[in-house]
Design a protein around this ligand. Structure first.
Ligand SMILES: NC(=O)c1ccc[n+]([C@@H]2O[C@H](COP(=O)([O-])OP(=O)(O)OC[C@H]3O[C@@H](n4cnc5c(N)ncnc54)[C@H](OP(=O)(O)O)[C@@H]3O)[C@@H](O)[C@H]2O)c1
Length: 283
């Protein structure tokens, strides 16, 4: 990978206060990029910005909801003024919510009974509004920054975008209907945009992380004593490398995809970073 490509370039990292994209933002800054960190909670972005600044880098924390086009346009103007035109975009903002997943892995008659047992949520009990929130943040929350920052890149005739897909983009995981369909949408949108934006000089790719423990998934995968829950054990049984990913495992793939000198002919792909999960049938 080129060691100079990122020097002085302006990168926008949405979800830059989160588990995975904070590490990506710090790495881009270490490689010389000026980094704008975007999320709804500025307090989550500030420690990441401070870490970058303490190491001599440039970082700008900016609060915005990525599903709000007006808010994203406002931060685009601030980024352009403070850091220069964005040519590198990492769309990491996204995730799932507990009330949009089923508690069941398959249909149970109780979910259509007259009285729903407490704590049970089957497909027939899912709230479409909560599911729409998940679909919206992962799909529209990727599409809007692509439009807003992509327009600038198209004017310049240069840019690279990395989206966040998931193992759910390939095959849906049990319980995660809305999240799965949203991440399948991200992989599909990545291909569509890659084809559409190639004449504008913009490459669009994605990474598909396997299982990385973040604030939410840690509670699902691990128990209070740091052992694995039944679901955690199931994941591990299907992960040939027998560990969860760590944010640093993504840095090479993301930086490679962003780097025009190393990946200049690469567009429209989704790179699994998953310890072999996708390759393994588990049988
Ligand atoms: N961890 C995994 O195992 C895994 C696996 C596959 C894919 N992914 C994907 O990788 C990406 C990063 O995941 P992560 O594990 O780092 O999650 P995370 O720690 O929860 O970070 C996600 C960040 O996105 C921000 N965000 C959420 N909704 C937003 C919105 N509407 N507008 C702006 N910012 C928003 C959150 O900050 P605020 O709440 O302050 O806005 C949060 O800091 C996500 O797209 C996730 O779906 C993760």
């Amino acid at each position: 990978m080129s060691t100079t490509f990122f020097q002085g370039k302006t990168a926008v990292v949405t979800g830059g206060g989160g588990t995975l994209c904070s590490a990506i933002a710090i790495e881009l800054a270490r490689l010389g990029a000026k980094v704008a960190l975007v999320g709804r909670t500025v307090a989550k972005l500030e420690p990441v910005a401070s870490a970058i600044q303490s190491a001599g880098g440039t970082a700008l924390p900016l609060g915005a909801d990525v599903t709000d086009a007006t808010a994203v346009e406002a931060i685009r103007a601030t980024v352009a003024k403070e850091l220069g035109t964005c040519t590198l975009l990492v769309n990491g903002a996204g995730g799932n919510r507990n009330d949009a997943v089923t508690t069941l892995t398959e249909f149970q008659p109780e979910e259509i009974g007259d009285v729903l047992p407490e704590g049970l949520r089957g497909f027939f009990n899912l709230d479409p509004g909560r599911m729409a929130d998940v679909i919206r943040v992962n799909t529209i929350g990727t599409l809007i920054p692509c439009q807003v920052f992509g327009r600038e890149m198209a004017r310049r005739g240069q840019g690279a975008i990395v989206n966040f897909a998931s193992m759910n983009s390939y095959r849906p995981l049990s319980k995660n209907l809305a999240y799965s369909l949203s991440k399948a949408g991200v992989a599909n949108m990545t291909q569509w945009l890659a084809a559409y934006l190639a004449p504008a000089g913009i490459r669009v790719n994605a990474v598909a992380p396997g299982f990385f423990a973040n604030e939410r998934s840690r509670k699902i995968l691990m128990d209070d004593r740091g052992g694995l829950t039944a679901r955690g054990q199931n994941v591990m049984a299907h992960t040939p490398m027998k560990r969860f990913g760590e944010a640093r495992d993504l840095l090479g793939a993301v930086c490679w995809l962003l780097d025009d000198e190393s990946a200049g002919f690469v567009t429209g792909i989704t790179v699994p970073v998953d310890g072999g999960f996708l390759a393994s049938s588990g049988v």
